[in-house]
Ligand binder design. Structure first.
Ligand SMILES: Nc1ncnc2c1ncn2[C@@H]1O[C@H](COP(=O)(O)OP(=O)(O)OP(=O)(O)O)[C@@H](O)[C@H]1O
Ligand SMILES: [Mg+2]
Length: 255
């Protein structure tokens, strides 16, 4: 079984939305998926109640110790992918989830403040030496192309690090993510031919490839990341939102 944990202390960055989307992508890829809700806020359980289909099973597990036990026992029940949605903030349950993760995803909006706010989560991920990647979520559509440009503009060394730690593609901010959530659907079900569904399929493929890599070279992989000190500055170089806001805030041209 592979355990994928979505974690970041920043609220509203898209942990629950992406957990749901990725669960459906994993089911489509043929996995037996269990969606574990480690956040008593209940976003995923509430979504599950609105949903008319049997899959995925959502299991609320809020206590750290119980979570550890579940993640160690799910394997025996035939689950091949467990996806864990964690609460914002720093908690014992999130720490446990990361400890038993095979891969950690850190969703963040691509702004400097949001990226800086991931530092505490990153410290926990590194302490457990886990493979991880950032998912740039709620990316303004105009920023997506510039982000790709910024990635190319980074120095060779920083760009290499970034390719390893920023999942591809970036997930653009679109209403269909919110509409799907309120309809009890994943975005791939709500608008199967839409751009968001396409991005989520791409994201799952990127993660699936990483999971294979991580299984093949687990320790080497984790150690290499644990020794990468420049992640946050390099990530910050990818943050374009301030420029976007600047465009909106700019005073109208004088006539
Ligand atoms: N790519 C996106 N485009 C548009 N809306 C999005 C996107 N991703 C998430 N959202 C919306 O942003 C809001 C916050 O997302 P979500 O609840 O998944 O964040 P979270 O990290 O789980 O928050 P919390 O820390 O409170 O648990 C939701 O309304 C969700 O539908
Ligand atoms: Mg949530």
């Amino acid at each position: 079984m592979q355990t994928i944990v979505l974690a970041t202390q920043k609220g509203g960055s898209g942990k629950s939305t992406l957990a749901i989307s990725l669960a459906l992508a994993a089911i489509r890829a043929g996995h037996a998926v269990r969606l574990i809700e480690a956040d008593s806020q209940g976003t995923v359980s509430n979504w599950r109640r609105r949903r008319r289909y049997a899959q995925p099973i959502v299991e609320p597990v809020y206590a750290a110790r119980e979570l550890e036990q579940r993640l160690q026992s799910l394997d025996r029940e035939g689950v091949t992918v467990a996806i864990v949605d964690t609460a914002g903030g720093v908690s014992a349950a999130t720490n446990s989830a990361i400890r038993y993760a095979d891969f950690c995803l850190i969703p963040t909006r691509p702004s400097i403040a949001d990226i800086e706010a991931t530092a505490a989560t990153l410290r926990v991920v590194r302490a457990w030496q886990k493979p991880f990647a950032y998912v740039l979520n709620q990316t303004p559509i105009r920023a997506a192309a510039r982000l790709a440009g910024a990635e190319n503009a980074l120095s060779d060394e920083a760009a290499l690090d970034i390719i390893d730690i920023v999942a591809s593609p970036f997930i653009v901010m679109r209403n269909d993510h919110q509409d799907a959530l309120s309809a009890g659907l994943a975005v791939s079900e709500y608008a199967p031919n839409g751009k968001s569904a396409e991005e989520i399929r791409g994201l799952w493929q990127w993660i699936a490839a990483r999971l294979n890599d991580a299984t093949a070279a687990d320790e080497e992989f984790a150690e290499a990341f644990a020794e990468t000190p420049e992640i946050l500055p390099a990530m910050a170089a990818l943050a374009p939102i301030e420029n976007d806001s600047a465009l909106f805030l700019r005073a109208p041209a004088r006539s």
